[in-house]
Design a protein around this ligand. Structure first.
Ligand SMILES: NC(=O)c1ccc[n+]([C@@H]2O[C@H](COP(=O)([O-])OP(=O)(O)OC[C@H]3O[C@@H](n4cnc5c(N)ncnc54)[C@H](O)[C@@H]3O)[C@@H](O)[C@H]2O)c1
Length: 328
């Protein structure tokens, strides 16, 4: 199949592109290589997917450009069957600092893609959404009926994009689906997140720093589970016009996560606590029964196993991935 992955040089899009190529599909990636974080990591993602193509049956092409460039988007979408839309200005804090960019990329960019998809009539349009749409929990775990009251411009942009995707299904019959990812982690993830900071600091013999008391909980989802949910959408017509939570097997406190990582690397390191940061969600926890019912999605990697895998990967790739090693 012919698949366009927007944001395919990023973390999740990079894994999707690589997997689709390994599965023998023809993949085109559209990405601006935004310097939001280390561009070298994105170039690596492109290289990995490109070499997966040379190992197997799939075809890989990288196009540097923006989802807001309507001529380019129209040209690429008219040549594809599936759109996996992962490109976004990610990050809650980045959106608070620069809501203009978040809105342009996440709302206008999504709209530009949907319009092109409507014109050319793609088989499926998969929109990457986020648990940030929920905002403060009224109850947990979040099911898809939970009110969406985001607390950041990023969350608002994701709600808007979801609504556009749903309306394009209802009004124009475009087969769209939005997946609400819950904090995704794994190899090649964005650096300078709690997860990567804990690993990096412990590997350098430093204390992991927790902002707040560490009792905040997260539904960390291993990237392979996210790829699995996306892949299922190539095999079924179920879920048109729907939004689906894609989360993990359970939630974990930040304190416990720091301990799991610390114990994996060096149990003698102390954990340090600092003041809580504004804008961070207190708790996230997903109910994935809808994705299970419609797609057969079942998250398979527990946070303990995923954290171990990630530490192992990190050790092997520290020379190019770790910000402290790169700087030295
Ligand atoms: N990682 C998570 O925990 C998480 C959680 C929930 C939702 N999401 C969503 O999943 C998607 C992928 O996230 P990620 O973690 O891989 O982020 P990422 O930043 O690693 O990847 C996004 C990619 O999009 C590209 N991009 C940004 N603006 C673009 C534009 N205008 N045109 C083309 N490309 C552009 C960037 O260069 C980057 O490579 C995003 O939509 C994000 O909002 C991620």
């Amino acid at each position: 199949m012919r698949i366009l992955v927007t944001g395919g040089a990023g973390f999740i899009g990079g894994h999707l592109a690589e997997q689709f190529v390994r599965d023998g599909h023809d993949v085109v990636v559209l990405d601006t290589l935004e310097p939001f974080y280390e561009v070298g990591i994105k170039e690596r993602n492109v290289e990995i997917a490109r070499s997966a193509a040379s190992d197997g049956d799939g075809v890989y092409e990288f196009v540097e450009g923006s989802i807001t460039d309507s001529d380019l988007v129209r040209e690429l979408v008219s040549n594809t069957e599936y759109v996996y839309h992962q490109a976004a200005q990610a990050g809650v804090r980045a959106s608070v600092e620069n809501p203009d960019k978040t809105t342009r990329f996440n709302v206008e960019g999504t709209f530009t893609l949907l319009e092109a998809a409507r014109e050319s009539g793609v088989k499926r349009f998969v929109n990457a959404s986020s648990s940030s749409v929920y905002g403060k929990p009224e109850y947990l775990p979040y099911d898809e009926e939970h009110p969406t009251r985001p607390v950041s411009p990023y969350g608002a942009s994701k709600v808007a994009a979801e609504h556009y995707a749903r309306v394009y299904n209802e009004v124009y019959g475009l087969p769209t689906v939005s997946l609400r990812y819950f904090t995704v982690y794994g190899p090649r993830m964005r650096p300078n997140m709690a997860f990567t900071n804990f690993v990096s600091r412990c590997l350098h013999g430093e204390s992991p720093v927790i902002f707040g008391d560490g009792n905040q909980t997260r539904d960390f989802t291993y990237v392979d589970d996210i790829v699995d949910a996306n892949r299922r959408l190539l095999e079924t017509d179920a879920a048109d016009g729907e939004v689906l939570n894609v989360g993990s097997t359970g939630r974990i406190t930040i304190d416990r996560l720091a301990r799991v990582i610390r114990d994996e690397i060096d149990p003698s390191i102390e954990i340090v606590y600092d003041e809580a940061r504004e804008g961070d969600a207190e708790h996230t926890h997903s109910d994935v029964s809808k994705a299970n019912e419609l797609l057969g999605y079942e998250p398979s990697i527990s946070i303990e196993d995923g954290a171990k895998r990630f530490v192992e990967w990190y050790r092997e790739n520290e020379d190019w991935y770790d910000p402290l090693v790169r700087r030295s």
